[in-house]
Unconditional design. Structure first.
Ligand code: J5X
Ligand code: AKG
Ligand code: FE2
Length: 344
């Protein structure tokens, strides 16, 4: 079992290893690396949030891709680049320093740790992650005893800006489905986790995995990626597609809870991150979630005789718990009807 404890006893520092260890060698990768980059018609749309047609564009992207890219989103390039620099700085600390902010308690999701999905895969991933949930102060003090404030201030600013954008995006998604403000009473109360990811240069990238395939448990996730390719999304009938980074453009994934709210109309996108031998890759995910104890269920306006209610109500807290036990099966476990659009 790939647990946090077994990993830490090895003190593996990915930033200094010169050969891919057995524990990080993925054997089934070779044939599944289809990269359909050259196929122009398959490229993920970049939506200008000031476009007068924004609702239709969002709806189309959400329905067909489960993910979109946005520009003119109002978050300054300066803030995105500062966050990237802070992330690079954090992961370049000595491994002993980083381990001081890991494993605070098994219930705590904050800190330097393996991805939650690690136990579902046979090998470790070529990635380091730091999750921020609530205030980062306690951890920042351990990482930079003399100089923790700039990091905390930056995280706070990033959190504020991303919350505005996440709410705006959520409303674009919901309005594109005909949902109005009266239909939802918790929308401004949502919270988030901020996930910092680093994928160090890798001696054998074809046999390593940065972050294995998963869907996010969020309503939506806003992802910043530095100028290094690696993010891929899975497209039915096509395979894995690389999402090329563009300066200032943010990737927005539909999460499992939006899939539930939309009564299955918007799919939560399956995605993963690959690694390379030349450049460290950095990404920052803003994982936007509803208030912890609000019951999330398909919106009544999206349920009728032709569109049966597909999922039972569930809170974010319960959803995360179920997902940490059942991973990819979680959505089907809370499903209550058969296939969409079928009248019983
Ligand atoms: C708030 C969340 C959402 C989590 C779990 C918890 C904290 C960390 C998040 C991630 C971040 C990395 C990918 C993922 C799949 C993982 O392993 O940890 C995410 C997961 C999810 O979206 O399910
Ligand atoms: O690094 C990436 O591009 C993907 C990160 C991701 O999927 C996540 O943090 O949930
Ligand atoms: Fe993700």
């Amino acid at each position: 079992m790939l647990t946090e404890e077994s990993y830490q006893t090895q003190y593996l520092d990915l930033n200094s290893i010169k050969e891919l260890p057995e524990s990080h060698t993925w054997t089934s990768l070779q044939d599944d690396c289809t990269d359909c980059l050259s196929n122009e018609s398959e490229s993920l749309p970049i939506i200008d949030l000031n476009d007068p047609d924004v609702l239709a564009l969002v709806r189309h992207a959400c329905e067909t891709w489960g993910v979109l890219q946005v520009k003119n989103h109002g978050v300054s390039l300066r803030l995105l680049e500062d966050m990237e620099a802070a992330t690079t700085k954090l992961f370049s600390l000595p491994i002993e320093q980083k381990l001081k902010v890991s494993l605070s308690s098994s219930n705590d999701i904050s800190g330097y740790r393996l991805p939650k999905i690690s136990p579902f895969f046979p090998k470790f991933m070529w990635r380091e992650g730091f999750t921020i949930f609530g205030s980062p102060v306690e951890h920042a003090v351990k990482l930079w005893p003399q100089d923790y404030k700039p990091f905390c201030d930056l995280v706070e600013e990033y959190g504020k800006e991303m919350k505005n954008l996440a709410e705006r995006l959520m409303w674009l998604m919901l309005k594109s489905l005909g949902i109005t403000e009266e239909d939802i009473n918790w929308s401004s109360l949502g919270g988030a986790a901020i996930q910092l990811n680093s994928y160090p240069v890798c001696p054998d990238p074809d046999r390593a995995m940065g972050l294995a395939e998963h869907t996010d448990s969020s309503l939506l996730t806003i992802l910043y990626q530095n100028n290094t390719t690696g993010l891929q999304i899975f497209r039915e009938g096509t395979g894995w597609l690389t999402v090329q980074p563009h300066t200032g453009v943010l990737v927005v994934n539909i999460g499992d809870l939006m899939h539930i709210l939309s009564n299955g109309l918007y799919p939560s996108v399956l995605h993963r991150a690959l690694v390379n031998r030349k450049q460290q890759r950095i990404s920052v995910a803003y994982i936007y979630r509803p208030p912890a104890n609000v019951l999330i269920s398909p919106l009544p306006k999206l349920v009728d005789h032709y569109h049966l209610c597909l999922f039972r109500p569930i809170t974010w807290t319960e959803y995360l718990e179920l997902k940490s036990k059942h991973f990819t099966n979680t959505l089907s476990l809370i499903r209550i009807s058969g296939s969409p659009n079928v009248v019983s």
